[in-house]
Ligand binder design. Sequence first.
Ligand code: NDP
Length: 255
Amino acid sequence: MVTKLFDLSGKTALVTGSSRGLGRAMAEGLAAAGAAIVLNGSDEERLAKAVAEMESAGYTVRASRFDVTDEKAIFEAFDVLDGQGTAIDILVNNAGIQFRRPMLELDTADWRRVVDTNLTSAFIIGREAARRMAQRGYGKIINIGSLTSELARATVAPYTVAKGGIKMLTKAMAAEWSELGIQANAIGPGYMLTDMNQALIDNPTFDAWVKGRTPARRWGRPDELAGTCVYLASAASDYVSGQIIYVDGGMISVL
Ligand code: NDP
């Protein structure tokens, strides 16, 4: 019998990069569906503010501050969660950065920084979460890709490579971990109204390009990712595995 498809009561979700932007909106969506939330970011003050705001909205939330590119810090964060008896049922690998520079002018260090933050972190945090989820035979992993999981765009080569990698990492996770009771899927957001895009939002030419090329004729709001995230975290998607769902106002269909 199908009941309470989207109920996340009793589940705990770790959302990386959730002090603001899309991660914060997805954390709020998961919390509204009943999950306890572990918020993450690298900036202490921003994270504390996000925790306080979500607590005052009545959600069960705590902070786990670590830099997603620091493997030792990731191990320590999971050790702390283990010590608290906190099992992560849902992991959203969302933390990411963008860096715009043509490849001919791109330093190797900047390439590595973007790939480490957007892709390698999802492998390391995914592996640490999955080792624990496997012991309980249950887990949901949601990796955040992008339109650039499908399309190359000029000046963002390492970002494009990382997000293309997210799509295939998700399929690799599904291939290896489904039999352990762990599902992995991805979300590919379109052009969304967040800090990451502020310079583009403020640029009238780019703003007009986004509105002209998106069938919905507008940028996406962060809260518009929450429903897809809740779906992929919930029993409603229990036989969905290795997929990437684009939440992009239709852009991927026409670009
Ligand atoms: P924002 O820049 O608004 O927020 C990024 C979040 O990630 C912040 O909470 C930030 O925390 C955190 N973060 C960044 N680097 C690290 C790090 N090294 N360790 C821990 N946390 C980190 O980005 P968005 O919300 O726009 O993007 C979220 C995700 O969605 C990214 O993966 C992005 O690539 C993807 N995406 C975004 C799109 C968009 O249009 N906005 C489109 C497609 C994909 P802190 O400030 O504390 O470091």
